[in-house]
Design a protein around this ligand. Structure first.
Ligand SMILES: Nc1ncnc2c1ncn2[C@@H]1O[C@H](COP(=O)(O)OP(=O)(O)O)[C@@H](O)[C@H]1O
Ligand SMILES: [Mg+2]
Length: 252
């Protein structure tokens, strides 16, 4: 239960709890509760990566809901939503799962999370990869940061789905909603949250590197989307300036 376990560990740390989007295991009750509370939620597979299987569900009023998977949007009636999502999650395995085990299989396979309204550039959301590393017993260090700007029409910012890589400073300059906030302070806050989260994670996991997906909302608040323990370095090669890539390599 990868994503749920890591969320639960992070959520134990008082100092970063407010930076975490509320998260639950997949169940019908949790789905309706979080939809009622937030209007839009995101469903993510526990174990996959690269945006695979991620679904954004929004309440449209009149008992109608929009489900977005990659570029495809589908409108379903309230009574169809949970069966639709269940089918999508279980896919071809459904006939082989005993009825009484379906709920635990769903909870084990997916989480439901508050969908953070990510800050946007020209209508496209972006998030920020922050690399935290250490060598032996040296202090944890932020070794690199970059912005991933979603491809047009996507609600998610995975690079394998066409997101464009930008220096974080350039991304911040292009966000209208953040133009009056001090960017240096936002950058420092990203580092602070990533380092606090790492202090917490490393008490529970044997790790030497964490690649965070953090994001900012329109108020400049930093949120933790997820923590990857096997992040790819090569996305940093897409930055013109290779300094961060070199630093990351030095810590490997
Ligand atoms: N709670 C959330 N609110 C808004 N966007 C999210 C949220 N969780 C994920 N996303 C978007 O979906 C992408 C993929 O989710 P993530 O948790 O990073 O899973 P994966 O392991 O597939 O990369 C993120 O990079 C982000 O763009
Ligand atoms: Mg991710």
């Amino acid at each position: 239960m990868g994503k749920w376990d890591r969320y639960s560990v992070l959520n134990e740390a008082m100092q970063i709890r407010s930076n975490l989007p509320e998260t639950r295991l997949m169940s019908e009750e949790n789905l309706w509760e979080l939809l009622a509370k937030y209007g839009t939620v995101i469903l993510k597979p526990q174990a996959a990566s690269g945006g695979v299987g991620v679904m954004v569900v929004s309440s449209e009023g009149n008992d109608r809901f929009v489900i977005q998977v990659k570029l495809k949007k589908q409108i379903v009636a309230k009574s169809d939503l949970y069966p639709w999502l269940t089918r999508e999650i279980l896919q071809d395995f459904a006939p082989f799962i005993p009825i009484k085990e379906i709920d635990s299989v769903l909870a084990g396979s997916y989480i439901i999370q508050y969908r953070i309204p990510l800050a946007e550039i020209d209508g496209c959301p972006f998030d920020i990869r922050v690399m935290v590393q250490r060598k032996a017993d040296s202090p944890w260090t932020v070794t690199g940061k970059l912005a991933k700007l979603a491809s047009s029409g996507f609600a998610i910012t995975n690079v394998n789905l066409g997101a464009v890589i930008l220096p974080v400073e350039i991304a911040l300059q292009r966000v209208h909603a953040l133009k009056d906030l001090p960017h240096q302070a936002l950058l420092a806050e990203l580092d602070r949250v990533a380092l606090l989260a790492t202090e917490q994670l490393h008490q529970h996991y044997q790790i030497h590197v964490v690649g965070y997906d953090l994001c900012l909302d329109n108020q400049g608040k930093v949120w933790i989307i997820e923590a990857n323990f096997s992040p790819h370095d090569h996305i940093f090669l897409e930055l013109e300036d290779k300094t961060m890539y070199a630093t990351i390599q030095k810590f490997r």
